[in-house]
Design a protein around this ligand. Structure first.
Ligand SMILES: NC(=O)c1ccc[n+]([C@@H]2O[C@H](COP(=O)([O-])OP(=O)(O)OC[C@H]3O[C@@H](n4cnc5c(N)ncnc54)[C@H](O)[C@@H]3O)[C@@H](O)[C@H]2O)c1
Ligand SMILES: O=c1ccn([C@@H]2O[C@H](COP(=O)(O)OP(=O)(O)O[C@H]3O[C@H](CO)[C@@H](O)[C@H](O)[C@H]3O)[C@@H](O)[C@H]2O)c(=O)[nH]1
Length: 440
């Protein structure tokens, strides 16, 4: 089989590499010449556990190619997967220009039958727009090559992307064509070894499934953050409450962690886009409006906690930040709580020393302010008035607390991911604040 993946970012590169790894011939296409040149030299644009080895192995075998030229690879492709970005437009809607540009290019270059499947997260109706754009481009060149469109949303999580792709909970395929269904069935067949389910549905439902899944997960997080803040006010402990409710199989124990708010390239943008779709159709999604508002507040919660502990004026205060990525095991800082918090702190006159095991390079691109990035977590603590833990990297879990205390000016710990034991830290002389953890 031969597949083309257009867009070689988090989704495209993981998809291309994992498909090549089961023997499919894959060409990963991107418009970013530098990204493609580096990939050809074996340099990956992202940090994702396990990915580099798969890319290198399959590139060496010649099964995985990288190019900016769709026309040079399109002949004989059974499936063309669109995996370009769909960033939020000014009004919150998903910007489809990259997806439709790709559709247009496919229409110009297609030589024989292929299934054109959209893996990007796109609003209901986009696959039909893709179809129309491909047809329009073919009309312009006066040729009619048969093709089908399908919606094939991706559910991988960053930091566990390879595992999620190779062993998915489900693969959703939305198509109205038997031929397309059979091509995509073949494409994903090698992964059925991993007990996953392929769920077929109509195109609109597949497109909606992706947004509904992310919106549901974001809702759980905002719900827990709201309850956490109440726990703190009434003297209850969100961690104990989480264990208590998560034991009910109707609720389940996953995705119930209170914290400094959800970030990443998906939840914030997809919740926004779904709210926008609702408005467009006269169906206000009031629950999701609240989910978004709670999350925006939650991202500033540690700022308020810091002011409560150190006083309103943060001018000249030295703040150590542990973790910049929006979650562990990734270098992605898009919409990371660390970004908005550092912005607010610097505007308030605070001085930041930050450490992250892999995300510093990305953070530098996104944080316009002067921040001192340190070589390890201890260096960030020198003369600090407070430590903010923002990403639960494994290496932050068991620090040498005596050393931490000796380096800091004031032993104040604000744990934005609830990874530390409050009683133990308080016993060791720290002032500890978590999210939804009683003050004493
Ligand atoms: N990142 C995730 O964890 C994740 C998971 C599931 C779904 N998604 C969705 O998948 C889509 C892609 O997300 P991502 O994080 O991989 O994006 P990304 O920004 O990492 O990568 C997108 C790539 O597309 C390329 N591109 C843009 N226009 C192009 C064109 N016309 N031709 C060829 N390449 C082009 C860009 O240069 C970039 O390399 C989005 O819709 C996102 O919502 C993302
Ligand atoms: O209990 C939890 C779980 C997660 N988070 C936060 O939620 C954000 C998103 O985490 P996660 O979902 O693990 O990462 P993503 O890589 O953004 O993955 C989500 O977004 C992808 C893109 O659409 C989907 O494919 C995935 O299924 C979906 O989990 C991060 O900031 C986490 O810190 C919490 O605060 N509490």
């Amino acid at each position: 089989m031969k597949a083309i993946v257009v867009g070689t970012g988090y989704v495209g590169l993981v998809t291309g590499a994992c498909l090549a790894d089961v023997g499919i011939h894959v060409a990963c296409i991107d418009i970013d010449q530098e990204k493609i040149d580096r990939l050809k030299q074996g340099i990956l644009p992202i940090y994702e556990p396990g990915l580099e080895e798969i890319v290198h192995r399959n590139a060496e075998k010649g099964r995985l190619q990288f190019s900016t030229r769709l026309d040079e690879h399109i002949a004989g492709a059974d499936a063309i997967l669109i995996a370009v970005g769909t960033p939020p437009d000014e009004d919150g809607s998903a910007d489809l220009k990259h997806v439709l540009n790709v559709a247009d290019e496919i229409g110009e270059k297609l030589q024989d039958y292929a299934v054109i499947a959209t893996k990007s997260t796109v609003p209901v109706g986009t696959s039909l727009k893709v179809k129309a754009a491909v047809e329009a481009a073919m009309n312009r060149r006066g040729q009619h090559i048969p093709f089908d469109v399908a919606s094939n949303p991706e559910f991988l999580k960053e930091g566990a992307a390879v595992r999620d792709f190779q062993s998915p909970d489900r693969v959703v395929i939305g198509t109205e064509s038997e031929r397309a269904r059979s091509v995509l069935e073949q494409l994903y067949k090698p992964f059925q070894l991993n007990r996953h389910r392929v769920i077929y549905m109509d195109i609109a439902s597949a497109e909606m499934t992706k947004y509904a899944a992310n919106a549901m997960l974001a809702t759980r997080i905002s719900f827990m953050n709201d309850i956490a803040n109440l726990c703190e006010a009434v003297g209850a402990d969100i961690n104990q409450v989480r264990s208590g409710i998560g034991a009910d199989p109707r609720i389940g124990s996953k995705f119930l962690y209170a914290g400094a708010g959800y970030g990443g390239s998906c939840f914030p943008k997809d919740v926004k886009a779904l709210i926008h779709t609702g408005r467009e159709h006269g169906q206000r999604l009031r629950l999701l409006e609240a989910v978004e508002a709670i999350n925006n507040d939650q991202k500033q919660l540690l700022f308020k906690k810091l002011q409560a502990a150190l006083g309103k004026d943060l001018q000249g205060k030295q703040i150590a930040v542990w973790g910049l990525a929006f979650k562990p095991q990734t270098d992605d800082v898009r919409e990371a709580p660390a970004l908005s918090l550092i912005d607010a702190l610097i505007k308030a006159g605070a001085i930041i020393r930050a450490y992250d095991p892999v995300a510093v390079e990305e953070a530098c691109k996104h944080i316009p302010h002067p921040v001192t990035y340190t070589r390890d977590e201890y260096e960030a603590l020198e003369q600090a008035d407070a430590l903010l833990l923002l990403t639960e990297w494994p290496e932050f879990r068991l620090p040498d607390w005596e050393r931490v205390k000796s380096l800091m000016r004031r032993p104040l710990v604000l744990d934005g991911r609830n990874i530390y034991n409050p009683a133990q830290l308080r016993q060791q002389g720290f002032e500890y604040h978590g999210i939804g953890i009683p003050l004493r």
